[in-house]
Design a protein around this ligand. Structure first.
Ligand code: NAD
Length: 428
């Protein structure tokens, strides 16, 4: 999976390269990760045995600033996958004009099989193993798949123990009481909401007349559904790994969130609880959700959900990628031919890394902002950068994904060229 993720990302890059003249030096540098670390982490298990876990940290590029990227705990984590994700982060940070390079980390583990104490020992062991590779001004960690606030807290604490000084800026996504930022928990959805509110009016799409389907009802999906619902958009379908529900007149998102919290699934929401049968609805599969006749489709679950197999059946006019990599490059080509507007992950879900940046700034300054201040800074940044991507897409007549890559590539090229290129040294 990981190799093809990188291959897929590279296809998008090649399309953008047609519109950008980047130096040979920058191109060569972007082909390879700057540094990759592979570590083994010994962990004493609760039964007294010793297990060795495989962990990675990759700094893909740090020309624009210290590496920035999450840490993933998953059985499929490999060095290739971590390199691909670090490559992606390089472009995302450049696109949002954050003073960061791209990095990523991971441990090959199924965290659900570990006790809480084992998980803590593993997380602290990971930091022991990579401590010389990371740092507030070197490479900054964050949560990703199956890592959370508490794990970030353990990691920051362990790093501080090793360095013998409190170092909150080495990890973002921490608990508030350990230097976390207000608004970090809702940042991804809020950022996506700003992107949507910026571009949909350009197509004359008004909230009350816009129907939306959201795939994935987790941290990002449930929150974006709620924000859109509150703003007057008509969220007609949502789903999780168990399946989905559809109601043409719109769903009551707060009650679905409440139900999901209590029952861990969205499919039974209108049939089992007190709201039973008060709304005419259908239970649908995830496959059906992706091909519903709606204005907007929001994949907010997993990668590779829209492929060349189902892209022909997609009926939405606009797709906003809240998940990372939900559309394969071959599906992209099909959607493009169908005239479907795709707004890419590196822009749409960048609210998370943007508030991570704000958390890092607060940690370095020791001055903490209110929720309103954080949200205002997030809003300004998301709207500003969305407008830039929109302008480039209009100027070159390209889709928003290519436009996003053009913008990110230009910024990376500028930073790399500022240190001198072949032309500079040859006096051309
Ligand atoms: P999460 O684990 O909180 O939620 C994932 C949701 O997807 C769950 O509701 C799960 O039931 C559902 N799901 C799993 N398999 C599914 C399937 N086959 N069909 C439909 N739904 C399915 O994860 P999250 O944090 O919400 O992340 C979701 C996506 O957004 C991921 O791609 C992640 O990389 C991306 N993302 C999240 C953040 C963030 O801050 N949370 C930031 C950037 C990108």
């Amino acid at each position: 999976m990981s190799q093809s993720l990188l291959a897929d990302a590279s296809v998008r890059l090649e399309q953008a390269l047609k519109y950008v003249s980047i130096s040979d030096d920058a191109f060569s540098r972007l082909k390879y990760p700057k540094a990759s670390l592979s570590v083994s982490i010994p962990v004493r298990m609760d039964d007294g045995s010793l297990r060795i876990f495989q962990g990675y940290r990759v700094r893909y590029d740090d020309t624009r600033g210290p590496g920035k990227g999450g840490v993933r705990y998953h059985p499929s984590v490999s060095l290739d996958e971590v390199q691909s994700l670090a490559f992606w982060m390089t472009f995302k940070c450049a696109l949002l004009n954050l003073p960061f390079g791209g990095a990523k980390g991971g441990i090959t583990v199924n965290p659900k099989e570990l006790s809480r104490a084992e998980l803590e020992r593993l997380s602290r062991g990971y930091i022991e193993a990579i401590a010389d590779f990371i740092g507030t001004d070197v490479d900054i960690l964050a949560p990703d798949v199956y890592t959370n606030e508490m794990i970030m807290g353990w990691m920051m604490d362990q790093y501080s123990i090793i360095r013998r000084r409190i170092s909150p800026g080495v990890v973002t996504g921490k608990p508030l009481t350990m230097g976390g930022s207000q608004g970090r928990d809702t940042a991804t959805a809020t950022g996506a909401f700003h992107v949507m509110n910026t571009v949909l009016p350009k197509f004359g799409q008004i909230p009350e007349k816009t129907t939306i389907a959201v795939q994935g009802f987790g941290n990002a999906g449930a929150q974006i559904a709620q924000l859109l619902n509150k703003a007057g958009y008509k969220v007609v379908a949502v789903s999780d790994s168990q399946g989905g529900i559809y109601a043409s007149q719109g769903l009551d998102i707060p009650s679905i969130r409440q139900y999901k919290q209590n029952h861990l699934t969205v499919t039974g929401v209108y049939c089992k609880d007190s709201v039973c049968n008060i709304i005419d609805h259908e239970v649908i599969t995830n496959e059906q959700l992706l091909t519903l006749d709606v204005d907007v489709l929001i994949p907010a679950a997993l990668e590779k959900q829209i492929t060349e197999k189902n892209a022909h059946d997609v009926k939405a006019k606009y797709i906003f990628e809240v998940a990372n990599g939900p559309i394969t490059s071959s599906a992209d080509a099909i959607l493009n031919t169908k005239g479907i507007h795709v707004f890419p992950d590196i822009l749409v879900n960048a609210g998370g890394v943007t508030v991570s940046y704000l958390e890092w700034v607060q940690n370095r300054n020791g001055l903490y902002w209110s929720l309103t201040e954080v949200q205002e800074r997030l809003k300004v940044r998301m709207i500003e950068e969305t407008e830039v991507v929109w302008r480039i897409s209009q100027e070159f007549g390209v889709n928003m994904r290519t436009s996003a890559y053009i913008n990110a590539l230009n910024r990376l090229n500028e930073a790399m060229s500022a240190k001198g290129t072949r032309d500079y040294y040859q006096g051309i």
